[in-house]
Design a protein around this ligand. Structure first.
Ligand code: F0G
Length: 462
């Protein structure tokens, strides 16, 4: 059932260092928006009061991690921090081979290469994150999403909205023999940080084995997913987060991880798997693109902070606080009748922009307009997961718009306090009261791939 508790337990950490942030003026923010081509990615970070653009690489590291930096072994090959990372990843995932990469998308790129993806192949996911999709599509392969239908209804409650639609998967595999890999994204970022159940991972695993298709986890938020399983899936309430994580990994052939999320680091990632052939192909390739296989584009000190972060993220106190922080924010907004995606996900609260701004058609980017208004009025930066990110032109050059038009408030780990969360709530509630005044936008520059990063806009004023 949904969590309706609107209290927040005291955090399991205290503050040792602070970073000043400034409240800018409305006039300044208007000026910055104009100069940025109304693209929030172009706003200087110093001009943002609360930055909810992403939970990726934005975590506050612990004193334990910072002290690990000083123990970085910067040897080119076989540095001691690699062996530490290897042992931590092996303990959590049970995989034989561990390959560090500088972040998640480089892991994706190497796995696509090792699996020989090309124009003739298809990759299937519950929902691909945009960089994973771009890595697959940029080499000509097809990326196909098969998440459960509940994922597309923001007001219906479902414990595991990130689950793969098992029947659709079997049907697809019966009709197509060119599927080269199945990847479950845990939690499902594109769908609002929604978890995948262990039962679902197990069912996908059985199907993948039956059809002899490699099965991977995109494990960027594996610890948050494990905590949802503990809370919501029958039979796991007495398991520790690491025991649940170990079970999750036991059903798959390998994983790709952006450690910038549940690794609690500012940079880093890895691939872990059992197949020796894939491992060798990745090792050979990465020397050209990432670096020697024991450092993978990172410094020894980065490997050390990643090893330590992966241990810390599985602390139950930490995960409980993290979960409650998101619930607190979501419940407050829900109580004020703000349309949000329910239930609240693991790393983000998502506003339903089509319901928030019903007067703006998708061709005028309501989600984008909402992100612009939140920055302009309150200095809060967040990201659109809607028409700018996902709309595409079909063969008849007609625009196809996504079903969901979300605005993601991604909460960095161990960074913002309850007072910040209250400020975010008050701002959104205030904006909602004057929502009719918010106008749509016209795109004036549109790149071919990942257009949200560099597109430019102008407000529609008439
Ligand atoms: N997979 C998932 C599920 C992600 O959310 C991301 C990044 C990646 C892979 C790529 O990892 O950034 O280390 O290369 N998500 C960030 C976000 C960018 O804001 O959600 P990366």
């Amino acid at each position: 059932m949904p969590n309706t508790n609107d209290t927040l337990p005291p955090p399991p950490f205290k503050i040792k260092m602070v970073e000043p942030i400034k409240l800018t003026t409305l006039m300044d923010r208007k000026k910055h928006l104009k100069a940025a081509g109304y693209n929030i990615f172009n706003i200087p970070a110093e001009e943002v009061y609360i930055d909810l653009l992403t939970d990726s690489g934005t975590s506050a590291m612990s004193d334990n991690q910072w002290s690990g930096l000083m123990l970085g072994d910067e040897s080119y090959a076989q540095c001691r921090n690699y062996f530490h990372l290897e042992s931590v990843v092996k303990e959590i995932t049970g995989f034989e081979y561990v390959i560090p990469t500088h972040q998640g998308r480089s892991a994706e790129n190497l796995v696509c290469f090792a699996l020989n993806l090309d124009e003739t192949k298809v990759a299937i996911s519950n929902q691909f994150f945009d960089t994973t999709r771009a890595n697959i599509e940029s080499i000509g392969a097809k990326a196909h999403d098969l998440v459960v239908q509940e994922a597309f209804n923001t007001s219906v409650y479902h414990d595991f909205k990130g689950n793969m639609d098992i029947h659709a998967l079997e049907e697809y595999l019966n009709q197509n023999s060119n599927v080269a890999v199945i990847i479950l994204t845990v939690t499902n970022n594109t769908g609002g940080g929604q978890p995948v159940s262990l039962e679902n991972i197990k069912s996908v695993s059985q199907i993948a084995r039956k059809y002899k298709i490699p099965f991977f986890l995109d494990a960027a938020r594996f610890a948050e997913n494990a905590y949802f399983i503990k809370l919501r899936e029958k039979g796991y309430s007495d398991y520790t987060p690491i025991q649940i994580a170990q079970k999750m990994f036991s059903y798959v052939d390998g994983c790709m991880m952006s450690a910038k999320k549940d690794g609690l680091v500012n940079i880093g990632g890895f691939i872990a798997l059992n197949n020796a052939n894939l491992y060798n192909r990745i090792k050979e390739r990465m020397v050209i693109t990432e670096g020697f296989p024991t450092y993978g584009g990172l410094a020894g000190r980065d490997l050390e902070t990643m090893a330590r972060g992966l241990n810390e993220v599985l602390s139950e106190d930490y995960l409980q606080y993290r979960y409650q922080q998101l619930q607190y924010l979501g419940n407050k907004l829900e109580k004020a009748n703000i349309p949000i995606l329910l239930p609240v996900g693991g790393h983000s609260v998502n506003l339903d922009a089509r319901k928030f701004l019903p007067h703006i058609p998708q061709s005028e980017f309501p989600g984008w307009a909402l992100t612009i208004a939140l920055y302009e009025m309150f200095g809060i930066r967040c990201v659109e997961l809607g028409s700018v990110m996902f709309a595409y032109q079909n063969e008849d050059e007609k625009w196809v718009y996504p079903e969901l038009e979300l605005v993601r408030l991604a909460i960095p780990r161990r960074v913002y306090s309850r007072e910040h969360l209250d400020y975010i709530c008050q701002s959104i509630i205030e904006l909602y009261k004057s929502r009719e005044k918010i106008k749509g936008l016209r795109m004036t520059y549109s790149p071919d791939f990942l257009r949200h990063f560099t597109a430019r806009f102008e407000p529609i004023t008439e």
